[in-house]
Design a protein around this ligand. Structure first.
Ligand SMILES: NC(=O)c1ccc[n+]([C@@H]2O[C@H](COP(=O)([O-])OP(=O)(O)OC[C@H]3O[C@@H](n4cnc5c(N)ncnc54)[C@H](O)[C@@H]3O)[C@@H](O)[C@H]2O)c1
Length: 334
């Protein structure tokens, strides 16, 4: 029995893909709009999941989260980090209160900061388990597979092309390790072309926003990527061994693996997107970067200060919010 819950955002296509997953037996939807209708629509699909949709009134968030095993958070507004921080804080508070043992998959951007926000909220409630909180970076992995198979001239390969993408989940923090691709690039692939490919993987989201004339972001490909990652977590939690996926995690999730990775990076970072082996408890093992080229090493070097800044932004947001709440509760009541 697996209950999956989707909190806002990219909800419709992601909920459709989760409803199509036969391992999901219950699907809870929560948003500030539309969820009852979406749930009614999805509930007619002939797959095992029982679907329910909730809105904020009458404790809708708690009702959606009750009994959740996996919670996926795509709530928020594309490219509005300030607004999303507050939304994520509130949703994480709801999870800490109602589903403290759930596996939490964060999609809302900026993932480099929203994952630390979720973790800091959980720490306040004493429910933080670093093995169970993931930043979903799968879209970068999916883009890398697609773009490499385009270059190889055969899109049918894209399902099998595996490129580890490490670092973080925005711009220069996205580091595709193309030298480790399961399907090597053509021999003699020019450096300029390689740089352009790296840039396309890092900024693929802009391509979509531009093509949609600013009227939306990468909703459909993200839904696909989110459902793929959720399916991997569910399969691993149910006992399937050997599932490895890049994901943005707190390095305390695997002390030994985290320490080895920190040594490779040459600098301490609390969070990093690494090639993670998933298991019944969530993160089973954080894998090292392994052998990388000088060019990839330079990309990692460029990513580190930006990542450190993004992590601080998330941690400080909760610290400030906590201070503001404490100051408010000290105010004399009239
Ligand atoms: N991780 C990724 O690769 C990736 C890719 C694309 C988009 N995103 C992010 O996902 C988020 C959503 O993007 P989108 O394209 O679905 O945006 P959208 O504007 O289409 O949808 C946002 C949804 O969030 C809901 N929402 C707003 N406030 C909420 C709250 N307090 N509680 C619950 N739901 C709330 C809205 O009602 C709406 O349904 C953004 O942060 C975006 O940047 C991430």
């Amino acid at each position: 029995m697996v209950k999956a819950v989707v909190l806002g955002g990219i909800g419709q296509p992601l909920a459709l893909l989760l409803k199509a997953n036969p391992l999901v037996t219950e699907l809870g939807l929560y948003d500030i709009v539309n969820t009852p209708g979406v749930a009614a629509d999805l509930s007619h699909i002939a797959t095992p999941a029982k679907v329910e949709g909730y809105l904020p009134p009458d404790d809708g968030l708690a009702k959606a989260l009750k009994g959740a095993d996996v919670v996926v958070i795509p709530a928020g507004v594309p490219r509005k980090p300030g607004i999303n921080a507050g939304i994520i804080k509130d949703l994480a508070t709801g999870i800490a209160k109602t589903a403290p043992n759930a596996f939490v998959l964060v999609i809302s951007n900026p993932v480099n900061s929203t994952v630390p926000i979720v973790a800091e909220v959980f720490k306040k409630f004493g429910t933080f388990n670093p093995k169970r909180v993931f930043g979903v970076t799968t879209l970068d992995v999916v883009r890398a597979s697609t773009f490499v198979s385009e270059i190889l001239g055969d899109l049918s390969l894209s399902k099998d092309v595996v490129v580890p993408v490490v670092g973080g989940h925005s711009g220069v923090t996205i580091v595709p390790l193309l030298s480790q691709s399961s399907h090597p690039l053509p021999s003699g692939f020019a450096k300029d072309n390689l740089d352009a490919l790296v840039n396309r993987i890092q900024f693929g989201g802009d391509e979509v926003v531009k093509a949609k004339s600013g009227a939306g972001s990468a909703t459909l490909s993200m839904a696909y990527a989110g459902a793929e990652f959720a399916a991997k977590v569910i399969r691993a939690v149910k006992g399937e061994k050997g599932i490895i996926a890049p994901t943005y995690v707190n390095l305390a999730a695997d002390a030994q693996g985290g320490a080895a990775l920190t040594k490779e990076l040459g600098q301490e970072l609390a969070y990093f997107s690494a090639n993670v082996e998933l298991g019944t408890e969530g993160v089973a093992k954080i894998n090292p970067l392994g052998t990388i080229t000088d060019a990839e090493s330079a990309l990692i070097k460029a990513a580190i200060p930006e990542l450190a800044k993004n992590i601080d932004t998330g941690v400080n947001f909760i610290a400030e919010a906590t201070k503001a709440e404490a100051a408010k509760s000290d105010e004399p009541r009239l």
